[in-house]
Design a binder for this molecule. Sequence first.
Ligand code: FAD
Ligand code: NAD
Length: 447
Amino acid sequence: MDFSVLYIGSGQATWNGAVPLAKTGVKIGVIEESQYGGVCSNKGCNAKIILDKPLQLIDQIKALQGRGLDGVPDVNWEDLMAHKHELIVPQDQHGKDRLDNVGITTISGHAEFVDAHTVAVGKKTYTADKIVIASGMRPHRLDIPGAEHFDNSTDFLSLPHMPEHVTILGGGFVGIEFATIASAVGAKVDVITRGADILKQFPREYVASIKADLKQAGVRFIPDMAVQSAEKTSSGQITLNGPKGFVLTTDYVLDATGRVPNHDQLNLEAAGVKANAHGIEVNDYLQTNVPHIYAAGDAIDKTTPKLTPTAAFESRYLAAKFMGTNEGPIAYPAISEIVFTSPRIAQVGVHLDEAKANPDKYEVVSASYDGDWYRQVENEQRGQLALIFEKANQKLVGAAEKANAAEETINTIVPYVQMALTKEELNDFVYVFPSIAYTLQRRLPLV
Ligand SMILES: Cc1cc2nc3c(=O)[nH]c(=O)nc-3n(C[C@H](O)[C@H](O)[C@H](O)COP(=O)(O)OP(=O)(O)OC[C@H]3O[C@@H](n4cnc5c(N)ncnc54)[C@H](O)[C@@H]3O)c2cc1C
Ligand SMILES: NC(=O)c1ccc[n+]([C@@H]2O[C@H](COP(=O)([O-])OP(=O)(O)OC[C@H]3O[C@@H](n4cnc5c(N)ncnc54)[C@H](O)[C@@H]3O)[C@@H](O)[C@H]2O)c1
């Protein structure tokens, strides 16, 4: 065999485990058809946060007008984009170096199965004892006439100029994060959703408040609208058509209707690997129906969110399994997630709406930040926090926050939830002061 382990894809689901595994002397190959490091590094999380952070900073500056700050900086999208390129363009090479530097064989090209132990890249074939399918997902494209006029998330993250009128199809992570960015840059933004609401996985109360903020900033939400066709006008705009005479003409359309797994392009039949529309089917050991073929990250059909930290966790799990240091099934910790609106919404563990719907089981302790002096340093008026305790044992099982620094609060809480600390134990930490973590502790119910 050419390799002990051969990975298809070089994203988070690969390198987090492949690098430490290679350091133990295991012979590893990684096949990548696009950019090394995958979507997150090159056309996802990292590029998005570079474009978003300065815009959030402006919101924070706005909140301090007349409180020591006078004047709000202008956004220069072209310069911001140049800054993004400067940081993101090298990621591909960094991603390759990270693998090459530990002796992994990197193979550039499109991988397809030949049989259960053999993968072809062009005319060359490679054999391996174990294969890990970590091929991720690509943007879903609406199957309607005129969809070729729409951009996807990758295109948006490299937009040379911000159009005057941006229309977004989809109210998920990408739709709402990019609506936040486009609106902050000054575009007129419409968000068209097939269903009634947006950001289904986050607390309704917090989402309603974010939606109200976006509306205040001029964003229009058009719910329950399944766009049926599109065409280019003679002036280069795009006209969208829907049921009941719906017509909207806009400068730019972002198709943010989700992502689809890439496994349809792997010739899985040759290896006999089972998959469905959501991804590769795996058991609790991330093993496919073909025992020596595994899958990880966005490529798999799973109920845990398809995010960078979950892909990285699965990658590390597989490496430990291959090293023989973890023979058990994958045991996911409490999962945290965030949507980068302004303010952010983040959560971990049991969801707030589930807790509210089950008052016999859960106690929800809520706090708002308008009375918190530390948050008033930034004049943050609309922050909200909810801590979720299991009634029977008083252990912390979840939390949600809507705030500028929600990622910091929730990251502070992640280990508490993971360790299932009680109210009493939560008071047993000494944090630096002043800080988000200290403020958080003051919000905890004293016992
Ligand atoms: C716009 C955007 C923003 C996001 N923001 C966040 C965020 O803020 N936080 C967060 O946690 N997550 C975010 N995500 C999700 C995150 O990017 C993914 O969950 C993560 O990248 C999954 O990693 P992966 O390794 O499973 O897949 P990927 O990163 O998709 O890597 C798979 C790799 O496999 C390669 N590949 C596929 N098929 C083949 C083949 N046949 N041959 C060779 N190579 C192949 C692909 O080219 C790709 O490089 C975002 C995603 C997008 C699109
Ligand atoms: N902050 C983050 O962690 C972050 C940011 C961006 C993306 N992501 C990840 O990337 C993935 C993709 O995000 P996304 O926003 O593209 O997907 P999503 O699944 O979050 O949202 C897709 C939206 O499109 C709608 N939709 C689906 N099919 C449609 C159709 N045929 N017509 C009209 N609307 C349709 C859905 O109802 C939903 O509102 C997710 O897995 C997410 O976890 C994460």
